[in-house]
Design a protein around this ligand. Structure first.
Ligand code: LLP
Length: 435
């Protein structure tokens, strides 16, 4: 497949080290060094072809099933990315009204949107019902009764799925593990059983689906196997008890390669084979909510060296990107590949840090890199997921530009934030009100 070949060969986050370094200048046919002349660093660049390729490969793996891919918007919520997804027939998994509005604006049809999250408010439920979202993944009894009340008030029927907490260890970072009983997500099978037993009494909620999402950056098939088996056993039990189950949503969670040669992501064919085998008797709609799998390796953060500072026992490579732009290393000690966009071969070891006033503003420690100097460009790989979407204005740094690349062309899909954008909505008090 030419897209795969073109991308894999060019991708700075794939292939062997030699290939990666040599190919790092170009991403989806665009010379990143030339792009950095046009767009101020730091900026995110995303490969449209890498995303299209991931979507089509996922779809092929599930060929023949009644599949709905609902992309987890939180992974990368730029409306251009959502538009690209919608052009591929991909729906959305949302967790807020902001994500819903982005998805609708980007052209995702409401009936391809699933609404997840433990804290949905009545206001959010009402707005989602008005927009006509496909279904709610419900995570507590309180939420279920509120949904019934809101839907009744509007005279509509809300479709719902029970989010099951299968009590499985996803064997991933504790902060992104969601499927253990101690986590806030979903309900036990016992509780869900009671929901279905009482479902007929709910006049305005059609509870006809199951949902499970056990965590993120999962690199082993084993936890998926255990969780999906529990969901399927429960589904069969429900069907035997006379409940119709129209859809099973198996969440997201597929891990990607951050550390080439070390991270071994699950082959998509193996994942699909597990799902086919587990749900062989299920004839309804299968929903996937991938986030990272579709976008992580399709994105890089391009940053420029501000200066090198020689510490007493370390060399600090101070770059113009920081933890507010890409939080993952600070928050999860996440390892991201860092590749200079120059061809020097002599090696040095650097602590790669941003300008933010926190020691945690560190992208990498003692990382061997070809020797760098001020103004050199570096790319940080695997930055397409949970990069821009988790960025903040900490230290009053503007949100970076984001650029979409497509076969040698580029388009700025978010301009760098201006100072005026950054302080919009703030004001020095003029009127004081009694409270
Ligand atoms: N579905 C639900 C209900 C979720 O909560 C999530 C992610 C997904 C799908 C998508 O999961 P994925 O396919 O991307 O693994 N900020 C963290 C990741 C947090 C994931 C939160 N939930 C990180 O940077 O690693």
């Amino acid at each position: 497949m030419p897209v795969e070949a073109g991308w894999e060969a060019e991708s700075p986050t794939n292939g062997n080290m030699e290939g990666r370094v040599a190919g790092a200048h170009r991403f989806d046919g665009v010379d990143l060094r030339a792009l950095a002349v046009q767009v101020p660093t730091p900026f995110y660049a995303y490969s449209a072809n890498a995303i299209r390729y991931r979507v089509s490969r996922l779809r092929q793996a599930f060929h023949g099933l009644d599949l709905r891919i609902c992309y987890a918007v939180k992974a990368n919520s730029n409306i251009a990315i959502l538009h690209l997804m919608s052009q591929q027939g991909v729906g959305a998994d949302i967790v807020s009204l902001g994500e819903m509005q982005r998805s609708l604006k980007a052209g995702v049809p409401a009936d391809r949107i699933v609404f997840s999250g433990v804290g949905k408010t009545g206001e959010e439920m009402a707005a989602a019902l008005e927009a006509g979202v496909w279904r709610f993944n419900v995570e507590s009894a309180d939420e279920l009764s509120l949904l019934q009340a809101i839907a009744q008030g509007k005279g509509v029927v809300a479709r719902a799925a029970a989010r099951i907490n299968p009590d499985v260890d996803a064997q991933t970072h504790a902060k992104i593990s969601t499927g253990k009983a101690e986590n806030k997500f979903g309900v036990s099978i016992d509780e869900a059983r009671r929901w279905f037993a009482g479902a007929a009494q709910m006049s305005h909620v059609l509870l006809d689906g199951l949902h499970a999402h056990i965590g993120s950056q999962i690199l082993s098939l084993d936890p998926f196997g255990k969780a999906l088996r529990r969901v399927e056993d429960f589904r069969r039990e429900l069907v035997e008890d006379g409940h119709a189950i129209a859809s099973v949503d198996i969440g997201g969670g597929l891990g990607v390669t951050y550390r080439p040669g070390l991270d071994r992501p699950i082959a998509i064919q193996d994942y699909a084979a597990l799902v086919r085998e587990t749900f062989a008797d299920f004839k309804g709609i299968l929903v996937l909510e991938p986030g990272r799998h579709l976008v992580a390796e399709a994105g890089v953060l391009v940053t420029r060296v501000v200066r090198i500072k020689q510490g007493s026992d370390r060399s600090f490579l101070i770059v113009d990107a920081a933890m507010n732009d890409l939080l993952r290393p600070s928050l999860y000690d996440a390892w991201h590949e860092i590749v200079p966009l120059h061809d020097r071969t002599e090696m040095a070891r650097y602590d790669i840090v941003g300008p933010v006033c926190e020691t945690g503003d560190t992208f990498a420690q003692a990382r061997p890199l070809p020797r760098c100097g001020a103004d050199d460009l570096l790319l940080i790989g695997g930055a397409g997921a949970y990069g821009a979407s988790m960025a903040s204005n900490y230290n009053s740094r503007p949100l970076t530009a984001e650029v979409l690349l497509d076969d040698g062309r580029y388009s700025v899909i978010r301009r760098r934030q201006s100072f005026a954008d950054m302080i919009a909505g703030e004001q020095i008090p003029q009127d004081w009100h009694e409270a």
